[in-house]
Design a protein around this ligand. Structure first.
Ligand SMILES: *Cc1c(COP(=O)(O)O)cnc(C)c1O
Length: 344
C-alpha cells in the first residue's frame, strides 16, 4: 500500500533517472580528492553560489558541525537561534565535539534573529567570556525565507563587529525559489553556507559546505576526524548533481501544493492551520485528539509527525503529487468531521 508521507522532505526516493545517473557515475577515492563526480559537484556549487571551494559530506548535521569547527576554536562562541537546527536538533555537536559555546537568541516570528539582540550578546574581550566569533542563521526557517535586506544588515553587523557569518541553508534553494531570486542573492552575504541535497531536492544522501579555500581545507580535516571521509562517494555526488540539474525549479510545485493543502484545510473544525511557508504547513489539533489523529492518519495511509511539537508540520516534496496533496486534505477534513478512518 502506498503511503503519503509528509513527515519531512527527507523521505524522497531517488527517481529512476537519478538512479541511472548514479550507476554511470565515474568514481575515485574521495579521501584522496580523486573522485571526479564529487569534485564536479563541489566545483559546480562553489561556482554557482559564489565561493572558492566546496566539500561534500554525508549529512547537513556534519556540514554545520565541521563548518562551525572551521570557524571557531575551543572556547569560542557562536550566536544562533534558540530554535535553530544547529543549536537544538544536532545533539549539541558544536559544544560536545567542538568545545564551541552556543549563545542562543530568541527568533522573531519571521525567523530572523533581531540584530539588536545579536549585538547585545557579543561578549567583551575579557578572560571572563567566551570569544564571540560567529553568527549562524538558518534559511528557510520553519519554511520562512529570510528577507534579503535582513541578510545584508546581518552582514553589515558582522563586518562591523568582526564576526563571521554562517548559513545553515539546508533549504536555501526553497528560499531562493520562493523569493524568485538567484541563490547567489542569498549566499553572497555569508562566509560559509551549508546546503542539503537530500531534502526537497531528492538526492538520497548528502550536503555540501561552501566557503573560502582555507576554510574548506580546515573543514576537510574535521570531516576526516568525525568519520565523514567517504571513498567512492561519486555515486552519491552524481545523484546530488542530478538533483541540482532537475529538481530546483520544481520546488515551486512543492510550495504551490503546500499552499493548496493550507487552503483546503480552511474551516475544518479542530484542525487549525497556523502557518504555511514554502513547502511547509503547520497545523494544530487539540492535544487530547492526537491519538485519534494518529489512528485516523494510519487508516488513511498518511504519515505525519505527530507528537514532537505542539504544531504538527506537514512537508511537501518530490514524492507528493497533486493527488497526494488532495488525499491529505481529505484525510484531515474527514478526521475533523469526526470520522476516524478516512477514505484514501
Ligand atoms: C535537515 C536539516 C539539517 C541537516 O540535517 P541532516 O539530517 O543531518 O542532513 C540542518 N539544518 C536544517 C535546518 C535542516 O532542516
Amino acid at each position: 500500500m502506498h503511503w503519503t508521507d509528509l513527515r519531512s522532505d527527507t523521505v524522497t526516493q531517488p527517481t529512476a533517472a537519478m538512479r541511472e545517473t548514479m550507476v554511470r557515475a565515474p568514481v575515485g577515492d574521495d579521501v584522496y580528492g580523486e573522485d571526479p563526480s564529487v569534485n564536479a559537484l563541489q566545483a559546480r556549487l562553489a561556482s554557482d553560489l559564489g565561493f572558492e571551494a566546496g566539500l561534500f559530506v554525508p549529512s547537513g548535521t556534519q556540514s554545520n558541525l565541521i563548518g562551525l569547527m572551521a570557524h571557531c576554536q575551543r572556547g569560542d562562541e557562536y550566536i544562533v537561534g534558540m530554535d535553530a537546527h544547529t543549536y537544538k536538533y544536532e545533539g549539541g555537536g558544536a559544544a560536545v565535539l567542538g568545545s564551541i559555546q552556543p549563545q542562543p537568541i530568541v527568533h522573531a516570528p519571521d525567523g530572523t534573529l533581531p540584530l539588536d539582540a545579536v549585538e547585545r550578546a557579543i561578549k567583551p574581550i575579557d578572560p571572563h567570556f567566551a570569544r564571540t566569533r560567529l553568527l549562524c542563521l538558518e534559511n528557510t526557517w520553519h519554511g520562512r525565507a529570510l528577507p534579503l535586506d535582513y541578510l545584508a544588515q546581518a552582514r553589515e553587523l558582522c563586518d562591523r563587529r568582526g564576526l563571521s557569518l554562517h548559513l545553515d541553508g539546508a533549504r536555501m534553494f526553497n528560499a531562493a525559489v520562493a523569493l524568485r531570486v538567484a541563490p547567489r542573492e542569498i549566499t553572497q552575504h555569508f562566509d560559509s553556507v551549508s546546503v542539503c541535497l537530500s531534502k526537497g531536492l531528492g538526492a538520497p544522501v548528502g550536503s555540501v559546505l561552501l566557503g573560502t579555500r582555507a576554510l574548506i581545507e580546515t573543514a576537510t580535516r574535521w570531516r576526516k576526524v568525525v568519520g565523514g571521509g567517504m571513498r567512492q562517494a561519486g555515486m552519491l555526488a552524481a545523484a546530488a548533481s542530478y538533483a541540482l540539474d532537475h529538481h530546483v525549479a520544481r520546488l515551486a510545485d512543492d510550495h504551490a501544493r503546500a499552499a493548496r493543502i493550507a487552503e483546503g484545510l480552511q474551516g475544518a473544525e479542530g484542525v487549525h492551520v497556523v502557518a504555511q511557508h514554502t513547502n511547509m504547513v503547520f497545523i494544530e489539533v487539540p492535544l487530547e485528539r492526537h491519538d485519534a489523529l494518529r489512528r485516523a492518519m494510519d487508516a488513511a495511509h498518511v504519515r505525519l509527525s505527530i507528537g514532537y511539537t505542539q504544531a504538527i508540520r506537514l512537508v511537501t516534496h518530490l514524492d507528493i503529487d497533486d493527488e497526494g496533496a488532495a488525499r491529505v486534505v481529505r484525510a484531515l477534513r474527514s478526521f475533523a468531521a469526526g470520522g476516524e478512518s478516512a477514505p484514501t
